[in-house]
Design a protein around this ligand. Structure first.
Ligand SMILES: [Mg+2]
Ligand SMILES: [Zn+2]
Length: 196
């Protein structure tokens, strides 16, 4: 890389990628955790994130979190879950260049949070904004996620894509054509960083 050239980054989905989905007892469905205590990291995530960092790749979190828009929780709940993520990862040495949350939903019940937005995956808005803001080279970057919408988002932004297996993703996975598939986070990181 020449001095001043744009650098590659790794864009990361959150739920089902960095942390486990949460079983909502009210719906019986796997959803985003809405309480800090329900956020549990998936195996290998801390070591994997540190390895990516060690390879000089900035980390950008890109997550759809529409539960407030749907009337299922407060914005404070969403902030508390995010704080829990940072509390688990920060002391380990993980630093995000940026954490991007879309709080919109097309069928929102909360005024001001509905309709189409440029930031809800599969829309690539956050990736494009981060690339502009931090001089990131999207073509050399990666998007890692568990759902087909994560892969579509990465493709629209022009990144390479890795889909992580998540049995709880259900019908939200299986139709995409990622550049790579990985059984877990460590395997995804190995694809990016190479070898053992
Ligand atoms: Mg996900
Ligand atoms: Zn949005």
């Amino acid at each position: 890389m020449t001095p001043g050239a744009a650098r590659a980054a790794v864009f990361l989905d959150r739920d089902g990628c960095l942390n486990e989905d949460w079983l909502n007892p009210a719906t019986g469905a796997w959803e985003s955790p809405l309480s800090p205590g329900d956020l549990i990291l998936r195996p290998g995530v801390v070591d994997g994130l540190l390895r990516l960092q060690g390879a000089g790749l900035p980390l950008v979190l890109v997550s759809n979190q529409p539960s407030f828009a749907k009337g299922k929780c407060s914005l404070a709940d969403l902030a508390a879950v995010h704080a829990r993520l940072l509390a688990l990862l920060g002391p380990e040495g993980v630093r995000f260049l940026e954490c991007c949350y879309c709080h919109h939903h097309p069928d929102a019940v909360m005024p001001g949070y509905g309709g189409a937005c440029p930031c809800r995956k599969p829309a690539p808005g956050f990736l494009l904004r981060s690339a502009e803001r931090y001089a990131l080279a999207l073509a050399g970057s990666w998007m890692i996620g568990d759902r087909d919408t994560d892969i579509a988002c990465g493709k629209r932004a022009g990144t390479r894509t890795i889909q992580i297996a998540n049995p709880r993703a259900g019908h939200q996975a299986g139709q995409a054509t990622p550049d790579h598939r990985a059984p877990d986070f460590a395997a995804a990181v190995a694809i990016i960083c190479g070898g053992v």
